[in-house]
Design a protein around this ligand. Sequence first.
Ligand SMILES: [Fe+2]
Length: 166
Amino acid sequence: MLQSQHNAISAFESGLEGQSPNILNSLKRDHDLLKSLYQEYNNAKSTEDQERIAKEIFKGVGIHDKIETLVFYPALRDSGTEAGNNYVAQSLSDHENVRSTLYELNVLIEDEGEFIEHSEVEEKEIFKFCRKIFDDKKIEKLGRELDAMRKTGDIEEMDSIEKTVV
Ligand SMILES: [Fe+2]
């Protein structure tokens, strides 16, 4: 397990601690943490445990959705490449689906498969693409911006924010 289940929420809020800022590592850390929370949820022995883990997943997906939409996708879009724009368009529509179920915890929990798919596409395709178009300095700068945004803003504001970044 990456983090103790009790501090998963604070990990989502603080980002990469004790490591140099890196947007790709920071997003990958969220993916890994969420995958392990889904696993814990599936193995939970009591309803109480399930509820607690579900809340952590709920919070984690919300923060991940927010920082990708506000920092990661605008940076990809600003790269001015066609592939970057296509990734952004596809990702935003995936996120819209996530957001429409975000307030229904049970539905979100059933979406484990979709989340796994999201993380695979990002890690295997989009992050790889980013390493080609962003230099180390840019990856570090974006990582700093991304982690700074984890604690701010509100999930409810996302739909209106998204319209301004697209
Ligand atoms: Fe992601």
